[in-house]
Design a protein around this ligand. Structure first.
Ligand code: NAD
Length: 497
């Protein structure tokens, strides 16, 4: 793909191993302890910058700042003024989109063509929630109590929001938390992943430039067990919105019990894709393959269990394996790269372990299967897109979230069987169906237990459409109007006239 700018030049201008402070109460500060962490480029292993290793004391300061802003200047902003702030942020994002995209690519490896393509998902979210800021309303209710009593509801902001996000989409994940918070009149403390802190700090700079009052948006960098855990249990945080693994989500839900804070959780998945025998194979092969390989499998919605009707199974899986073999793997900053690195050596080692488990348990390796080293891969965490055939439901690779570029393909004989096996997982985040029969699409979509079901497509996410999980994939929805309600309290007011 040809870009109209040079991503390498922008990358060189962006980070040079320097210290990047965090953003608390409108000030750029180091950690109170003075500790720092390195931000590494997953494609090369080089140090991009260092950032503060914030701890409980830094979270406490940020929550205090967020509380003061919530009670103070931010509470005086009318919905229209909050809308204007969000629209100014959106305009700044347009101006700085190349810089944000390059930063995301350096921070977590996703190829530049894909970070650039997230524009609508991110800026659209800012504009969508800007629009909603002036559309919030309560209801007038005709109660059944005799007499002249008026009752109605008001929507009020929940208060200080703590947002904890993973590393695989720093810009989108930050904005999907910040935009609804600002639209509803909440303030927010954002704790990015220790593996991708740089873009959230750039975002904080744009918030400041857009005129967001001090303390309304705070970004505290640090680890999950120190900064994250404190934010989750903090007694003055009213709501936690979390995206990450199911295990951490459970810890966060437990921590929230201290002050009964509201919690919404976007967690892991082991999403099924069902390819019916009447599917358009030419169209389904690349979509099903990229349902996993995009971002090297490091997406919560990865369609990693591929159920294919037995009549077409062998041909379909062979073609998915051929597709995997043709993908261009490399540093995400190159415009022609299709698949970037995994986030760090630990994650790459974990994926290699899963690939070994697949082999040991008898699955047939049809593509990939190894870590890539030498030449352009030196210092990076690259794994070849991997396809396993002859997988059974009981195998480790068919049950556990791998968060790497690994497809487990399996044949099925009847649609009832496919649905039962697709649903036989603790997760319920997403699913894909490929069929050319409209009735089959509707029947299957209704029966699959997942928060999002895509038919003859995958991956689509839009600010106006709710996204979230069932079962162990979490609760709460992001996107759409109902997302806003998670940042709002409903107050009932009664007046004796
Ligand atoms: P993770 O759970 O390890 O970390 C996510 C965030 O939680 C990080 O900021 C981390 O510092 C913090 N954290 C860790 N321990 C904590 C604790 N005890 N208390 C508070 N915070 C803590 O997840 P990850 O490895 O960064 O991301 C991968 C996981 O995220 C996968 O399971 C993936 O499916 C999931 N994910 C889900 C979605 C979704 O929308 N459903 C999107 C992206 C990723």
């Amino acid at each position: 793909m040809t870009l109209n700018f040079d991503p390498r030049a922008k990358a060189t201008a962006l980070y040079h191993g320097e210290f990047r402070p965090m953003f608390v109460g409108g000030k750029w500060v180091p950690a109170q302890s003075g500790q720092e962490m390195q931000a590494l480029n997953p494609a090369t292993g080089e140090v991009l910058a260092t950032v503060p290793r914030g701890s409980a004391a830094d979270i406490d300061a940020a929550v205090d700042a967020a509380r003061a802003a919530f009670e103070g200047p931010w509470s005086k902003f009318s919905p229209y003024e909050r809308q204007c702030v969000l629209l100014r942020i959106a305009d700044l994002f347009e101006t700085h989109w190349e810089e944000l995209s390059v930063s995301d690519t350096l921070d977590m490896g996703l190829p530049i063509t894909r970070t650039l393509a997230n524009r609508r998902r991110v800026i659209g979210m800012l504009r969508f929630y800007a629009g909603m800021a002036t559309a919030l309303h309560g209801e007038s209710i005709d109660n059944s109590i005799p007499g002249e009593i008026v009752s109605f509801t008001r929507r009020e902001p929940v208060g200080v929001v703590g947002a904890i996000i993973p590393w695989n989409a720093p810009t989108a994940a930050s904005i999907w938390k910040i935009a609804p918070a600002l639209a509803t009149g909440c303030t927010i403390v954002l704790k990015p992943s220790e593996d991708a802190s740089l873009t959230p700090l750039l975002i904080a700079r744009l918030m400041q430039e857009a005129g967001v009052p001090d303390g309304v948006v705070n970004v505290v960098t640090g680890t999950g067990t120190e900064a994250g855990a404190r934010l989750a249990e903090h007694p003055d945080v009213n709501k936690i919105v979390f995206t990450g693994s199911t295990l951490t989500g459970q810890a966060i839900a437990r921590a929230g019990v201290t002050n009964l804070k509201r919690v919404s959780l976007e967690l892991g998945g082991k999403s099924p894709i069902i390819v019916c025998r009447d599917a358009d194979i030419d169209k389904a092969v690349p979509v099903a393959a990229m349902a996993v390989f995009v971002h090297s499998g490091q997406i919560c919605i990865a369609g990693s269990r591929l159920f294919v009707a037995r009549e077409i199974h062998d041909e379909f899986v062979r073609r998915v394996a051929e597709f995997a073999g043709r993908l261009r793997i490399g540093h995400g900053i190159e415009a022609e790269t299709e698949i970037g690195p995994l986030i760090n050596a630990r994650q790459a080692g974990k994926v290699v372990g899963y690939i070994k488990a697949g082999r040991d348990e008898g699955a047939e390796l049809m593509a990939g299967g190894s870590r890539l080293t030498g030449g352009p891969y030196d210092g990076g965490n690259f794994i070849a897109p991997t396809v396993f055939g002859a997988v059974s439901d009981k195998m480790t690779i068919a049950r556990e979230e791998i968060f790497g570029p690994v497809i487990s393909a399996m044949p099925f004989d009847t649609l009832d069987e496919a649905v039962a096996r697709a649903n036989a997982t603790p997760y319920g985040l997403a699913a894909g169906i490929f069929t050319s029969h409209l009735g089959t699409a509707h029947k299957l979509a209704r029966r699959i237990k997942a928060g999002s079901v895509w038919v003859n497509m995958y991956h689509a996410i839009d600010p106006a459409v709710p996204f979230g999980g069932m079962k162990m994939s979490g609760y709460g929805r992001e996107g759409g109007i109902e997302h806003l309600h998670e940042y709002l309290e409903t107050k009932s007011i009664w007046i004796q006239t």
